[in-house]
Design a protein. Structure first.
Length: 577
C-alpha cells in the first residue's frame, strides 16, 4: 500500500510513500511495546493513593451506585479523570474484572495506540525519517508509561486523545474538510472529558492549527486574505458546535448532578488562585520528559518547509507550560500532568529534525563510503539506546501501599454494616475496606471543599465515624506536642484538617487504638469510637497484626504508649540521631 503525503509546511515537499518496510517496522514496534508491557506491568500491585481515590468512584459506578465517594453521601465528582473513571467502570462491569485491572487494560490500549500513531503519524502525515520516527516510538515505549500504568493513573488515555487530535489537525492543514474538522473537535472534546485541562490543551492545539491554516493559505495581496480565513471556518464551526452542544450538555449535566460546575478537587487545589511555582515545575518536567528530543526541535526553523510547524509546536509548548499557573502542582506524580503532551511532541520531532540537511547538505547515505556508513549507524544506534535508557529511568513506581491494602481487607467484611471512617489517607484504605468514608482533606468531600477546606465538629457529628485515621509527620510538628490533641487548631493554618481530626477524636471520647509509625515522627494515628457493636473486633484488627507503613513499606512500631517520646519531633531540628 502506498500513500502520498505532503508534510505540513510553507512550501510543497516531495511526497513520502508508506512502504512495506514501514508496515514491517510498525508491526515490530507494536510487538516490542506488547513485550515491554508484559515484562513491566505488575498486575497485583496496589494503586498509588491518588489513583486509588479515582478507582473508588469506578468501583461504585460499576456496581450501579452512581458516581459517589460513599454510599451514604450525595453524588460528588472527585475523580477529575471523568472519562477514564467511567471507562474503567464500564470495562469492570462488562468483564467482571476488578477496577484496578480494568484501569490498567484501558491504559495499555491507550499506550499501544499512541505508539502506533507516533510512528505512523510521523511518517504518513509529516513525512518524517523512518528510523527517527521509529526511535521516537521506542522512546515512548520505554518512558513513564509503565509507572503510570502500575500506579493506575489515567494520563496515557489523555495523551492518546491529544495525540490523535493533533493528527486530525495536521490533516486539516493539508486538506481542509468538514469531516476532518469534526474529527479533530470530537477528539479534543474526548480529551476534555478525560481531564478538565484537556479542554485548555485542545484549544491550544486549535490555535496552533488555525495559525498553520492561515499561513498555508496566505497570499501576498490583502484583497485575498479572505481565502485564508475562509479555510478556518469549518474548523472553528466544528469546535463551536461540538464543545458548545456536546460539551455544554455535559457541563450542564455535571453542574445539575453534583451541584458545582467543576470537579471537587479543583476547589481544594485551584479555587481561582494562581500558582507561579507550578509553571516552574511544568517547565522542568517537560525538560526532563523530552530531554533527548528537545535539541531536534529548533532544527525545524532551518528549513522553510518546517519553519511554520516549528513555530506552531513551540507555541503549543509555551502555552501548555504557562497554563499550569492555574493549578497547584500537588499530586503531580511521575510528572503525569505534563506527560499528556509527550507523544504529540515525539510524533512531530522527526519532521522538524529534517531541517539539519538545510544547514549541512550531505550526499545520499547510500553513496557514503562503507566505513562512514557503519560509523554513523553505530553512533545512531548508540544514541537511540542511550535515549531509550534515559526514558526508562525517568519514572519508577514501587508499590508501598500493599500493607494498607492488607489492613483494609481486614476491615472489609464489616462494610455491609454501614460503618464510617474519617481519614487523611483516602486511597487504598477506603478502596479496599469499602467503608463509608469522609475524606478529611476534602478532595472527595463537597462539604470540606466548599467550606474553606475545613472540617467542623458539626459535620463529623452527623455521622459519628466509628474510625478516625490521621497521618501526621514533621510538616505539622505541633501535633507531636504532648497536649496537642487537647488544643483546638487555629483556623487557616497549615495542616488544619489533620490537627482538627485529632482534636475532635481526643475531645469526643475516642480511644487511641494505635499510633503506627515507621519512626516516631511519621505516624498513622487510629482513633476508635467505643460502643459500636464491632468495637472489639476492629480494635483487634488495628492492634494485633503487623502494620506495614504506607510511605516506605516498612513494618511499623506502635507508639501509642510512648507518645511522650515524640515531643522531640516538634523541635526545629527534629529528633537527635
Amino acid at each position: 500500500m502506498s500513500t502520498s503525503t505532503t508534510p505540513v509546511s510553507g512550501e510543497p515537499a516531495s511526497p513520502t510513500a508508506w512502504q512495506r518496510a514501514d508496515t514491517v517496522l510498525l508491526a515490530a514496534l507494536l510487538a516490542l511495546c506488547a513485550a515491554w508491557i508484559a515484562l513491566r506491568i505488575h498486575w497485583s500491585w496496589v494503586p498509588m493513593e491518588d489513583a486509588a481515590m479515582l478507582l473508588r468512584y469506578s468501583q461504585h459506578l460499576a456496581a450501579g451506585h452512581g458516581i459517589r465517594w460513599s454510599l451514604n453521601q450525595p453524588p460528588v465528582d472527585g475523580a477529575t479523570d471523568f472519562l477514564f473513571m467511567a471507562a474503567t467502570a464500564a470495562v469492570a462491569h462488562l468483564t467482571h474484572l476488578s477496577v484496578i485491572t480494568a484501569s490498567r487494560w484501558g491504559n495499555i490500549f491507550a499506550q499501544i495506540v499512541s505508539v502506533g500513531v507516533v510512528f505512523a503519524g510521523s511518517r504518513r502525515i509529516l513525512g518524517g525519517n523512518r528510523w527517527l520516527s521509529a526511535a521516537m516510538s521506542l522512546y515512548l515505549i520505554a518512558g513513564p508509561f509503565t509507572a503510570l500504568c502500575n500506579a493506575c493513573f489515567g494520563a496515557p488515555l489523555l495523551a492518546m486523545f491529544l495525540l490523535v487530535c493533533w493528527c486530525a489537525g495536521l490533516r486539516y492543514v493539508q486538506r481542509p474538510a468538514w469531516s476532518v474538522a469534526f474529527i479533530m473537535a470530537i477528539r479534543g472534546l474526548l480529551a476534555g472529558l478525560t481531564r478538565p485541562e484537556g479542554v485548555l490543551i485542545a484549544l491550544i492545539l486549535l490555535a496552533a492549527i488555525l495559525y498553520l491554516v492561515l499561513e498555508e493559505n496566505r497570499v501576498p495581496h490583502v484583497s485575498n486574505l479572505r481565502h485564508g480565513f475562509a479555510a478556518c471556518v469549518p474548523l472553528l464551526t466544528a469546535f463551536v458546535l461540538v464543545f458548545g452542544l456536546l460539551g455544554g450538555t455535559y457541563f450542564a449535566w455535571h453542574w445539575h448532578t453534583f451541584g458545582y460546575p467543576l470537579p471537587n478537587p479543583f476547589y481544594i487545589k485551584g479555587n481561582g488562585h494562581l500558582y507561579p511555582s507550578s509553571v516552574q515545575h511544568s517547565a522542568m518536567n517537560l525538560a526532563l520528559l523530552l530531554l533527548p528530543v528537545l535539541p531536534l526541535l529548533p532544527l525545524g526553523w532551518l528549513s522553510a518547509r518546517t519553519r511554520r510547524l516549528t513555530t506552531a509546536l513551540s507555541g503549543v509548548l509555551v502555552a501548555f507550560t504557562l497554563m499550569w499557573i492555574l493549578l497547584n502542582n500537588g499530586s503531580n506524580h511521575f510528572m503525569r500532568f505534563q506527560y499528556a503532551i509527550v507523544p504529540l511532541v515525539l510524533m512531530t520531532a522527526p519532521a522538524l529534525a529534517s531541517g539539519i540537511t538545510t544547514l549541512f547538505p550531505l550526499p545520499r547515505f547510500v553513496n557514503w563510503p562503507r566505513p562512514q556508513r557503519h560509523a554513523l549507524c553505530a553512533a545512531a544506534a548508540l544514541a537511540v539506546f542511550a535515549a531509550t535508557l534515559y526514558s526508562s529511568r525517568i519514572a519508577n513506581y514501587q508499590q508501598t501501599a500493599w500493607g494498607m491494602r492488607d489492613f483494609a481487607q481486614r476491615l472489609q467484611p464489616l462494610a455491609p454494616r454501614g460503618y464510617t471512617m474519617a481519614v487523611t489517607e483516602a486511597g487504598a484504605l477506603p478502596l479496599y475496606s469499602e467503608w463509608n468514608t469522609i475524606d478529611g482533606l476534602g478532595l472527595n468531600d463537597a462539604f470540606v471543599a466548599h467550606h474553606h477546606g475545613q472540617l467542623t465538629a458539626a459535620y463529623l457529628d452527623r455521622t459519628h465515624p466509628e474510625l478516625i485515621m490521621v497521618h501526621i509527620d514533621r510538616n505539622i510538628p505541633n501535633e507531636f506536642l504532648p497536649n496537642a490533641f487537647e488544643q483546638p487548631p487555629a483556623a487557616g493554618t497549615g495542616g488544619y484538617d489533620t490537627a482538627f481530626m485529632n482534636y475532635y477524636a481526643a475531645t469526643h471520647g475516642y480511644t487511641l487504638a494505635a499510633a503506627w509509625g515507621a519512626d516516631q515522627c511519621n505516624l498513622h494515628l487510629y482513633w476508635l469510637r467505643p460502643g459500636f457493636p464491632d468495637y472489639a473486633t476492629v480494635l483487634s484488627d488495628i492492634r494485633d497484626h503487623p502494620y506495614v507503613f504506607l510511605d516506605d513499606a516498612f513494618t511499623s512500631h506502635d507508639y501509642r504508649n510512648e507518645m511522650d517520646s515524640t515531643r522531640v519531633c516538634a523541635a526545629p531540628d527534629g529528633p537527635s540521631m
